[in-house]
Design a protein around this ligand. Sequence first.
Ligand code: HEM
Ligand code: HEM
Length: 416
Amino acid sequence: MNGAGANGGRPGGGAAAAHSLGWLVAANAVGVWLAVLLVWPGAGDALAPLTFGRWAPVHLNGQLYGWCALPLVGALLAWFLDPRHPSAERHAALAVGAWSLALFLGCLAWLGGVASGKPFVDWHGWSRPLLPAAMHVLWAFLAAHTWWRRRRLSRVGLAARLAVLGLLLAVPSALYWASDRSVYPAVNPDSGGATGTALLGSTLALVGIYLALPAMLGLAPHAGSRRVAPVLGAWLVCWVIFGLAGKGDVSHHARGQIAALGALLLWIPLLPWAWAGWAWPAGARPWLRAATFWWVLLVTSGWLSFLPGWSERFKFTHVLVGHSHLAMAGFVASVNGAVLVVLTGRAVGSGVFRAWQAGTVALVGLMFALGVVEHLDPAGFLGGDGVARVLLALRLVAGIVLAVASFRWWRETCTR
Ligand code: HEM
Ligand code: HEM
């Protein structure tokens, strides 16, 4: 795959790649530590009072706001920044730097025990305004560059950017509000988890971002322009289904919920078909093929695990942890792999690609196996010396493979 990135990169791409991969390395190191603690719980005494519960939000949020989000920030910068502006790269570095600083301070807060206790919206106390503030910094740069290049943009291009700026303006306030301990989304009364409507909405929003990615990255639409209308139509129909689906605390036993979440099955072929309409550089294609593999598994298993009977069985087991890693370490990371190739104009060697994919297959497979063992013997799961401990130890090995692969990924992308 080396040398395939002949596109020369995008404005701000280097900064976004360096920070997102840096967070991947750091959050993976924390993941390995969590895995060590699950095999040898006594090892935690060495770092007391930094317990498993203090490190867990660092792992989760480092992966979500660092690794998963920053390549999308990079795509925004690529689309908005005025390539003729002499300080475009410095502005990108400042925007991404402010984001990373907020996340770093957030990590200090979580390690210090200042956390809301709500996974992924742990921002609490003095750390609550940090990321919203960094988002405003990013927004200000995006708006300023739109203003500077307003006369050189087409009418449609300018209108699209203004619409996105309008939407983005709401995000920091929404995050601040969602971090409130007293704010809770609708709850599925039979599982205590998310409702089908909520899962459909959040995944549809993500699908929308992933559909827009190739255009934001400035790829040429070799078949894209013909595919835009049917894909956009299907996406809007799904939002209508979302609008009709039951709101509030609805159970996964309700047929309407099962059917509504089933609308996502349509995207198994549609998302890869939409991506294939764009001229991706050669180095991005293996990552896109991997993303397609994970996408098929994710949507199928995600929907099946929502069905009555299955959901109750696996809700509080490692099957759900497996789902999270399938979604984020498998699917999102593979999409990010393709995005980073475009942003930096550099492709990583096939060694990194293969190690990441093989490590993730092992990690996710072991988590699903752990979930089944956990379901069969919940009481003997932790602290025993049986099969669960062997699986936890193997998961640690898979985690180390991923941690090393991420370090090489960072080095090959950012230091050559
Ligand atoms: C990139 C896309 C996705 C991401 C990043 C993602 C991530 C997550 C995360 C982090 C959780 C919470 C796990 C926990 O509480 O421990 C979750 C739960 C869940 N997800 Fe996904 N997911 C994605 C796509 C999907 C899809 C496509 C489906 C179904 C078709 C799905 C179905 C579910 C279900 C049923 C739950 C359990 C809800 C509950 O009872 O709490 N997910 N997902
Ligand atoms: C070096 C590789 C990794 C290792 C060893 C690792 C390990 C772990 C461990 C031990 C947990 C706690 C779950 C438990 O109690 O058993 C966890 C949770 C989690 N990790 Fe990782 N992880 C790794 C990579 C990743 C990556 C790359 C992502 C996302 C891009 C990620 C996202 C998550 C999420 C979302 C959770 C919460 C799961 C849930 O509550 O359902 N991890 N990880």
